[in-house]
Design a protein around this ligand. Structure first.
Ligand code: SAM
Ligand code: SF4
Length: 426
């Protein structure tokens, strides 16, 4: 059987796109290559949200030139913009560039080379064997235009998928073994505003909650501006919707938030977190922050730091600001915080968060948590709690895809370790 290889970096949306491409290739007879050298088709799914991600893609592309010989090399993801000529010039060994969501171009390319059948039935795009936890994109693109962010330029305006289409896909996945779905969108809670009936995310969650056999529903990423009370109420009420929200703060200083064009103040964000925690007790909260945004003073950084101290998130992704071509910040503002200073600020946040996560997770010691088993790593089974805590445990059986109760025996800032609890009947 011929082999393929897909390399992915970036957000969950990229992972979902890669799963779709892998699903298609497997359905037409390809198999995942044990080693990249053996692959006949190589797809790189790129990210350009920060310069560091773009550098990794470039290095990967350059490294592949030495093993290219006769292989098909495709580049997709946010590195591919409307002007492909520049990319062609820089990477002449790449055979095809296609934008995210332009899968048809890739398919046509394969058909022309007689590497794929000339008919594309919709079910060819579904995975052969869905994972216990599956990604389901529900809205593409972003209309928000935060001043630092390249996503709206590369992924276009918001386009929601119809409710019925999403329901069909989820039922299909569940019939084949999926237990959990994560609904994806760069701004997932803007879902539906562009559809004729204007359904919202709360309505979609309500519909999905009724799918038999589905155990858990998640969604990300939420924009604080679009986190309505109706949505918070739906998360609190619907039994399958997990108590976990990804709610990027980005900064704790109002002037920086304004320059970022985030559309909320630090106080509004704080109140939102209070409302969420009141309505959804025990909710796990993740956030993103950017340090070293143009003009960010030490005092302004301290406001972000203090807010993280006070709000005590379960996870924080801190990133150094990176000017992205074409964005408002890159065009109008000077990237005046040095790389060393950005790193210092990021590390200060990481150190703070390590302490906070250590304390939060240690409260789970000797507790029993429900885990959906998603796979194996380093000889242990791995899964997540409803609040999105990563859990590892040993078991000689085959619990893959099952919901099991795990008694937590060890905690760290990043994960929990435990063993099957007696509640499982074992
Ligand atoms: N839509 C989400 C939101 O509202 O924040 C996040 C999507 S964005 C692609 C993922 C994360 O990348 C952001 O939360 C932000 O922290 C980070 N990011 C985006 N642009 C960046 C930039 N120019 N420099 C550094 N980090 C950036
Ligand atoms: Fe980028 Fe802002 Fe859209 Fe998130 S909401 S994808 S940060 S523009």
């Amino acid at each position: 059987m011929p082999y393929y290889h897909i390399w992915t970096i970036g957000c969950q949306m990229n992972k979902a796109d890669s799963e779709r491409i892998a699903g298609y290739l497997e359905r037409i007879g390809y198999e995942a290559a044990p080693r990249v050298e053996q692959a006949e088709i190589i797809v790189l799914n790129s990210c350009v949200v920060r310069q560091s991600a773009e550098d990794r893609v470039r290095n990967k592309l350059n490294a592949l030139s030495s093993i290219k010989r006769g292989k098909i090399l495709a580049l997709t993801g946010c590195m591919v913009n409307s002007r492909v000529d520049g990319l062609r010039h820089r990477f002449p060994h790449v055979d095809i560039f296609f934008k995210p969501q332009a899968f048809l171009e890739f398919w046509q390319f394969l058909v022309e080379r007689e590497l794929a059948p000339g008919e594309l039935k919709p079910d060819l795009l579904l995975p052969l064997k869905p994972a216990p936890s599956a990604f389901v994109p529900i809205i593409q693109g972003c209309d928000r235009f935060c001043s630092y962010c390249i996503v709206p330029y590369r992924r276009g305006r918001e386009r929601s998928r119809p409710v019925e289409e999403i329901l069909c896909q989820v039922r299909w996945l569940v019939e084949r073994g999926a237990k959990e779905v994560t609904l994806l969108g760069q701004n997932v809670n803007a879902y539906g505003h562009d559809l004729p009936q204007k359904p919202d995310l709360a309505y979609l969650l309500d519909q999905l909650n009724q799918v038999d056999g589905l155990a858990r529903i998640r969604f990300l990423t939420s924009h604080p501006r679009d986190m309505s009370d109706r949505l918070i109420e739906a998360v609190a009420r619907l039994d399958k919707v997990c108590e976990h929200l990804s709610l990027p703060l980005q900064a704790g200083d109002d002037d920086i938030l304004r320059a970022m064009r985030r559309g909320y103040t630090a106080e509004q964000y704080r109140e939102l977190v209070e409302r969420i925690r009141y309505a959804i007790p025990g909710v796990g909260l993740s956030t993103d922050v950017i340090v070293g945004f143009p003009g960010e003073t030490e005092r302004q950084f301290e406001r972000t730091f203090d807010m993280l101290c006070q709000l005590r998130f379960d996870t924080v992704h801190a990133a150094c600001y990176s000017p992205r071509p074409g964005t408002i910040a890159a065009r109008k503002l000077v990237d005046d915080v040095s790389a060393e200073e950005k790193t210092r600020r990021r590390e200060k946040i990481e150190e703070l968060q390590e302490g906070i996560a250590t304390e939060i997770n240690s409260q789970l010691l000797n507790q029993t948590v429900e885990v959906l088993v998603e796979g194996r790593k380093k000889g242990k089974w791995q899964g997540r709690t409803r609040t999105n805590k990563l859990v590892f445990f040993a078991d000689d059986g085959d619990p893959l895809g099952k919901l099991v109760n795990i008694r937590v025996e060890k905690t760290s800032p990043w994960a929990l370790q435990g063993s099957l609890a007696h509640e499982n009947g074992g």
